[in-house]
Design a binder for this molecule. Structure first.
Ligand code: NAD
Ligand code: UDP
Length: 312
């Protein structure tokens, strides 16, 4: 028998794929979610699996269970959703980390934190390496997410130092793929849904800001590899695809691949929107033997195929 694993945020985009993957690898999986941005439909196909369990729970409240590993993914990830209730977002990151770390300490489980490239804020060095401390506005629109995730990293590191909890911190860069919610609000899903519906493609600002997009299967390879490294390697480690694109290039690519006649329109750039973002993945290469395999066009084609089945 494999391991018994808890996935918080398991009904979300990445969490649901992670649950599926861990089950396929012969583990027993408990998926915990409060369904804020995730949905039961993401995991409904797993409900008949004898080693899958679904629990409605909010990570801001303590939770008790016996498991070998915890993947802590619970947290809204899209700016429109994490800004909807910023106090709750910060509570989810901070109290969620305290509750899950307390659990890991008590039951001696290994615990992985889904951190983010947002800990670098609007970065002043490029590409971003793990030893860069970041450039975050602590009172801006994105702070509830960025500072929540930064505080969670601090908690992880200190539970490790003070209580010998076995921790892993992954800094995830923009990841996309099937099962993103059509109203998620992040750029890849927004553009694909708009292109498939023939609606205007909403580019915020002049579209010169950059992101580096990682396909979900690559990201999960990196995440699982990190969990399986020796206890002395805690991270943080960047996992993302270093191929960088402007948002305008992404819009044009999506229009082309969807065969759409949508027009690009400009909307105001949200405040504190990072101007450029690209992971330095040297550490992931050397410590995890990991690098991404799926490049943007291939990943977009698969994601568009998925959205064609749900967008009417
Ligand atoms: P998502 O919004 O699809 O998934 C988040 C899940 O957490 C949802 O199912 C949601 O219902 C659940 N959740 C939120 N608050 C909760 C709470 N208080 N208690 C229990 N469950 C709660 O987003 P995702 O893209 O799958 O992101 C998963 C994790 O990865 C998040 O922690 C996110 O910050 C991190 N991350 C993702 C990306 C990305 O590009 N996808 C980038 C950086 C970091
Ligand atoms: N963006 C955009 N149009 C949209 C959604 C997002 O131009 O409809 C831009 C957004 O301003 C940002 C980039 O795309 O510069 C990535 O946004 P997303 O919300 O996906 O992620 P994040 O900003 O957290 O990296």
């Amino acid at each position: 028998m494999g391991k018994k694993i808890l996935v918080t945020g398991g009904a979300g985009f990445l969490g649901s794929h992670l649950c599926e993957r861990l089950l396929n690898e012969g583990n027993e999986v408990v998926c915990l979610d409060n369904y804020f941005t995730g949905q039961k439909s993401n995991v409904v196909h797993l409900l008949d699996h004898p080693y899958f369990e679904l629990v409605r729970h909010d990570v801001t409240m303590p939770f008790f269970i016996e498991v070998d590993e915890i993947y802590n993914l619970a947290c809204p990830a899209s700016p429109i959703h994490y800004q909807y209730n910023p106090i709750k977002t910060m509570k989810t990151s901070v109290m969620g980390a305290v509750n899950m770390l307390g659990l890991a300490k008590r039951i001696k489980a290994k615990i992985l934190q889904a951190s983010t490239s947002e800990v670098y804020g609007d970065p002043q060095i490029h590409p971003q390496t793990e030893n860069y401390w970041g450039h975050v506005n602590p009172i801006g629109e994105r702070a509830c997410y960025d500072e929540g995730k930064r505080a969670a990293e601090t908690l992880f590191v200190n539970y490790h130092k003070q209580n010998n909890v076995k921790i892993k911190i992954i800094r995830i860069f923009n990841t996309y793929g099937p099962r993103m919610h059509p109203n998620d609000g992040r750029v890849v899903s927004n553009f694909i849904v708009q292109a498939l519906k023939g609606q205007d493609i909403t580019v915020y600002g002049d579209g010169s800001q950059t992101r580096s997009f990682c396909y979900y299967s690559d990201l999960l390879d990196g995440m699982v590899k990190l969990m399986n490294t020796g206890d002395d390697f805690t991270g943080p480690v960047n996992v993302g695809n270093p191929n960088e694109f402007t948002i305008l290039q992404l819009a044009e690519k999506v229009i082309e691949l969807c065969g759409s006649d949508s027009k690009i329109v400009r909307k105001p750039l949200p405040s504190d929107d990072p101007m450029q973002r690209q992971p330095d993945i040297s550490l992931a290469k050397s410590k995890l033997g990991w690098e991404p395999k799926v490049q943007l066009e291939e990943g977009l084609v698969k994601t568009i195929e998925y959205f064609r089945t749900i967008v009417k």
